[in-house]
Design a binder for this molecule. Structure first.
Ligand SMILES: Nc1ncnc2c1ncn2[C@@H]1O[C@H](COP(=O)(O)OP(=O)(O)OP(=O)(O)O)[C@@H](O)[C@H]1O
Ligand SMILES: [Mg+2]
Length: 343
């Protein structure tokens, strides 16, 4: 379908911390989900742009009204600025595909946008409004479903997508997942960071550190289960940079997401007809940016053992699994599957 020159199909994974796009012209990009506007005339003179998006926005944050507009997969309530920020992020992703965004030669854009299952219920209307002007036809799907589609894991599979704002679980039974087949939990990367910051602050009340430092520690050292090495980081305490061992805090923070995820996994598996449960347990697929947490898939395997045994595997490319799946879906969709926008 996208062989026709004037149609561009895209899959977009709109994430709390990162958003990615895969386009039928071969372009694939990922950006940090931030947008920011210069705060005053000095900032405007320095940044030389009306709005900054992605890493550029993050790196210039002291000069910007910086927004990370999604929280637990939803656009923050009641804020027009956050809605604009989502639009800037989506526009920027589209511009990275290199297609003309205005004028007669602009191709028709068919976009599949993956969002957390919970967001579909709450934000469908707002997302539609935001995509108006960016795409001509739209399909909003749940994030784990897009991942499943891209992997061709459509039957007897359980996708667990652990991102920043949410962990999304979806059981695939050979049909479009219903609300009962999927569940969104607010326990993912952001939650781990909050727990880690709280635990470190409790033990070292005078230590100074930012959310960005906590994220870096987590991305480098996150683990569950027995530690294989000590986690040592440095931060200023009373003005002096000091090395601290935060192994126990890291473990507790990372393990805090396990009980709700394991419980939801068990719950979704229990709803599958008994004759198929064994196949689903042996086809649990871990996706999302938080999936590389060391020891995570072994911990899920242990939880599956209690249900009768099973196996977890990691998606090969967690950054683009959602957008690639969205693109595949966009290519396969027939005319009736699309919502027309006024673009
Ligand atoms: N090596 C790593 N170990 C642990 N966590 C990591 C690692 N690399 C990235 N992360 C975390 O993965 C999360 C981002 O994952 P992802 O891009 O899937 O999220 P998202 O799609 O933006 O969020 P959501 O799906 O919740 O809206 C962040 O919390 C980030 O800190
Ligand atoms: Mg995501």
């Amino acid at each position: 379908m996208d062989e026709v020159n004037d149609i561009l199909c895209v899959g977009i994974d709109l994430g709390t911390s990162r958003s990615s796009i895969s386009a039928s012209n071969g372009e694939r990009h990922v950006i940090d989900s931030y947008a920011g506007w210069p705060v005053d005339a000095v900032a405007r003179k320095l940044v030389k742009k009306p709005v900054l998006v992605g890493r550029e926005a993050l790196d210039n944050r002291s000069m910007l009204d910086l927004r990370r507009p999604l929280e637990q997969g939803l656009i923050k309530e009641g804020s027009e600025k956050d809605e604009q920020a989502v639009q800037e992020i989506l526009r920027h992703l589209m511009s990275l595909t290199g297609i003309k965004q205005k004028g007669k030669t602009r191709p028709k854009v068919r976009a599949v946008v993956g969002v957390p299952a919970g967001a579909l219920r709450v934000s469908r209307q707002r997302l539609r409004g935001i995509m108006d002007g960016i795409a001509d036809s739209l399909m909003l799907v749940s994030e784990p479903f897009a991942v499943a589609y891209g992997l061709d894991a459509l039957l007897h599979a359980l996708i667990i997508d652990i991102g920043a704002g949410t962990a999304d679980l979806c059981v695939m039974q050979g049909r479009y997942p219903t609300e009962d087949d999927q569940h969104t939990l607010p326990y993912a990367g952001d939650w781990i960071e909050e727990q880690l910051a709280k635990l470190v602050r409790e033990r070292h009340p005078d230590a100074r550190f930012s959310v960005h430092m906590v994220r870096e520690w987590k991305e480098q050292w996150s683990f569950v289960g027995e530690p294989t090495e000590r986690v040592r980081v440095t931060m200023p305490i009373g003005g002096k940079w000091t090395e601290l061992d935060i192994t126990d805090e890291m473990r507790t923070a990372c393990e805090s997401i396990l009980p709700p995820i394991c419980e939801t996994m068990a719950d979704l598996i229990t709803r599958v007809p008994p004759e198929y449960q064994d196949r689903v347990r042996n086809n649990v697929i871990l996706a999302g940016g938080s999936s590389p947490i060391s020891g995570l898939s072994a911990a899920l395997d242990r939880a599956l053992a209690e249900l009768g045994g099973g196996r977890t595997s990691l998606v090969p490319d967690p950054v683009f699994a959602g957008s690639d799946g969205g693109l595949q879906l966009a290519r396969d969709a027939s005319t009736g599957d699309w919502e027309k926008l006024a673009a």
